[in-house]
Ligand binder design. Structure first.
Ligand SMILES: Nc1ncnc2c1ncn2[C@@H]1O[C@H](COP(=O)(O)OP(=O)(O)OP(=O)(O)O)[C@@H](O)[C@H]1O
Ligand SMILES: [Mg+2]
Length: 263
């Protein structure tokens, strides 16, 4: 069959979350959440501590089973096509835990094999990542000897190794020094410009405001607001407000000291 039309990529969604709920006992950490992220978009996933960001991200990464609802990455449902969904994504966890008994290079080579990168390509790609993150001098040192920020860089390098179409990053800037944080922001921008899609959970609202095309603000497992900062500002009728002010207004009562403990 001759295909006359190729699908127009920019109308597709790359991350699709539909009716997602996650319960831990009687606590509803994520509550019937639906959201979509489009190709080439940097989506800021925001919300106070305990809002449900990491829970959502771990489900998106295929590490946690939802109680209800579904997630798809790169058009692949995480339950029906977990391998394809996982291949499409790079996941940066909120805690950097490389395998301590491997060197940085060994760690990346191990992951390169798991990702199915051709053998002849693995070392070149691993070394290019180490170089980008300033870890070349540490390539042959055990990961256990790395500082927190160096581990974080190694985990980011690992997430990028297979050049995923979708990057899901849970507070990736935590622990990075200012120059490294800037470099990562620039990398995110250039990845998005080349058509990759990024979901970025962060508490650094100044960076989210500069970097993200749209943001979603979570509170108690639900999406309270979503859109570009300009759209949210207009909806809340707060001309001149920055993202931090909008966020604080939307999440007043959801943060430290203002709620009951536990469930
Ligand atoms: N393994 C777990 N068992 C029980 N409750 C959990 C578990 N993991 C998370 N929770 C609860 O689920 C809710 C959402 O937590 P989550 O880690 O998703 O929040 P978050 O938005 O990532 O917060 P933070 O900004 O602090 O990282 C919280 O109330 C948390 O206590
Ligand atoms: Mg979290």
């Amino acid at each position: 069959m001759i295909r006359l039309f190729r699908p127009f990529r920019y109308t597709e969604t790359v991350i699709r979350i539909v009716g997602l709920t996650k319960q831990y006992g009687s606590l509803t950490a994520v509550d019937a959440l639906s959201l979509e992220v489009r190709p080439g978009e940097i989506y800021g996933f925001l919300g106070p501590n305990g809002a449900g960001k990491t829970t959502t991200i771990r489900i998106l990464a295929g590490l946690l089973q939802p109680t209800a609802g579904s997630v798809a990455v790169g058009g692949h449902d995480m339950v029906r096509e977990p391998d394809a969904a996982k291949r499409a994504l790079g996941y940066i966890a909120d805690e950097p835990h490389p395998y301590d008994r491997l060197t940085g290079l060994e760690f990346l080579l191990t992951l390169a094999a798991l990702y199915g990168i051709p053998p002849g390509d693995r070392e070149r790609r691993a070394r290019a990542q180490l170089e980008f993150f300033g870890l070349t001098g540490w390539a042959d040192e055990l990961a256990e000897s790395y500082s927190h920020g160096m581990r974080q860089k190694l985990m980011i390098a690992a997430a990028l190794l297979h050049e995923p179409a979708v990057l899901i990053a849970d507070e990736p800037l935590v622990g990075l020094d200012p120059a490294s944080a800037r470099k990562l922001r620039d990398l995110f921008k250039s990845l998005a410009a080349s058509g990759k899609t990024i979901l970025l959970a962060t508490h650094i609202l100044e960076i989210a405001e500069k970097l993200c095309d749209r943001v979603g603000i979570m509170g108690r497992g639900k999406l309270l607001e979503e859109g570009s900062v300009g759209e949210i500002r207009d909806r809340l009728r707060r001309p001149g407000s920055n993202l931090e002010e909008l966020f604080l207004e939307l999440t007043a009562g959801d943060s430290m000291g203002s709620g009951e403990m536990g469930a």
